[in-house]
Design a protein. Structure first.
Length: 158
């Protein structure tokens, strides 16, 4: 049974970047480990400490943070306007507690029309549960390693 927490959603700020990078790496290395090989996980997580990349994401997307338990970062997400979910990560200790649903609801409220996401194998069931359908399987390469994911769409034509 899912235990929902009170979640506070706020805009991300530059001071959140180190914690977002740490959470990003942790989720990939733990939560996603059942769906990807160790080399894929390492390649995927390799940008966790790339300050320039995170600053660029913060500048180019609308990033939000989910806080729970006295301000602890429970997750974060980014929307590339007009309607592409750039990323969404929920801390391993907050999985299944409504955090991702709160983040998604907030992002969907900032869009109109079809919304897309490139979802990992791990995230695919979550997005399907929320009405997204697979449009195609993708095979992006990071650091020379293929890390398959899915282009998913909610609303409109696939």
């Amino acid at each position: 049974m899912e235990i929902r927490l009170p979640i506070h959603i706020r805009p991300a700020i530059a001071e959140d970047i180190p914690q977002m990078g740490t959470l990003f790496r942790s989720v990939i290395e733990t939560v996603c480990s059942k769906d990807y090989a160790p080399g894929q996980l390492a390649a995927w997580a390799s940008s966790s400490g790339d300050l320039h990349r995170w600053q660029k994401l913060l500048a180019e997307t609308e990033m939000i943070v989910a806080e729970a338990n006295e301000g602890k970062m429970a997750g974060f997400a980014a929307l590339r306007h007009p309607a592409h979910i750039e990323m969404m990560y929920t801390d391993k200790d907050f999985q299944g507690r409504g955090v991702a649903g709160c983040l998604l609801k907030e992002l969907l409220g900032k869009t109109s029309g079809p919304v897309t996401v490139h979802a990992s194998r791990t995230a695919r069931p979550f997005f399907e549960k929320h009405g997204f359908v697979v449009a195609e399987e993708l095979f992006p390469v990071r650091n020379g390693i293929v890390i398959p994911n899915f282009r998913m769409v909610k609303g409109g034509c696939q």
